[in-house]
Design a protein around this ligand. Sequence first.
Ligand SMILES: *Cc1c(COP(=O)(O)O)cnc(C)c1O
Length: 374
Amino acid sequence: MSDEARSSTDELDRIRQEPGFCRYPTSHMAVVEWDADTGWSGPTVEPYGASPMDPRTLGLHYGLAVFEGLKAFRGQDGSVSLFRPDDHGHRLGRSAERLAMAEMPADLFTQACARLVATVEHWVPGGYGQSLYIRPLLLATEAELGLRPSRNYRCVFLAYPADPCFGAGFRPLAVTTATEEVRAVRGGTGESKCAGNYAASLYTRTRAQAAGYDEVLWLDGLERRWVEELSTMNVFLVWRDEHGTRLTTPPCEGTIVRGLTRDSLLTLAGDIGLPVTEEHTEIDAVREGIRSGRLTEMFACGTAGVVIAVGRLGTGGEDMTIGDGDEGPVTGRLRGSLLDVQQGRTPDKHGWLFRVTGAAATTTHTDESGGRHT
Ligand SMILES: *Cc1c(COP(=O)(O)O)cnc(C)c1O
């Protein structure tokens, strides 16, 4: 092996040990394109890099951009699998549909993710909770200033070796409700993973962070009374009474993103025998539950952050500690169950893993310099 190849291998080892979140893009990206005349083409896998963009690009002017976030995990045998790629592909299609954008078929989406992962397989870390985070972005790319559906789209699939986004230590979050702004209203784009939703929430999130919180707990846009979700994660509440422990999470009725982590946890909670219902909860009931001790835990969940406790809630001028402020047992147990499936420590009963590469000992790949490793 040349010195250069060795130093890049050492560098990659270092990145894989401590990847952080979205700090180091992989050497390659996948690209899928759509043209009104010729339809879908690709995927191609290309070296990571910028491509020139016409200043008229439709997507930039009108926010015609939707994205996904999914992960590939290294299993116990060294193989690498995507977690629920078809479901992420379908959701990208629904997000696109809401913005009158081209709907990529889910199998093309999965194929692009799989080709990319196979190419950058050696970037996939294998530590507890670690993954390769994949960010597909579908953008309307026609150079045209008129407000109408684009005749061209480009979807780039980026990949990053990743720890969970709030850190591998899963320190509980502090969240606060917004008093002025809202994130979504029924009939709007709240359910779509579109760029505009994040633009709409960033101002409030930034102010929350300046006030010492990690995130915003959004309330419904009409009455500002019902708990919805965080800016990038769904929420669950854990209640305890004389009948035992039960979980609730707000229903998906168009204003929150249909999280696949949320959906997986609904299933896993059922497997464990924890009763869980999708129901609306008033912020006042949350406050009352924290005070009386009946609300024992709150946690947030999403692909990037996995499952993370909410230890503190600022709302209505009060700053409240949930439980003792540390992670509770239900939160820890559900995160463990999810990561065990994702990282192959327990059987994949629900068919969520899509295997991309075989066991490490039998895998070969081509690195950036064209050499082959085994
Ligand atoms: C992506 C996202 C989620 C979580 O979805 P997952 O599929 O679990 O990653 C929740 N809320 C919002 C606003 C999101 O953007």
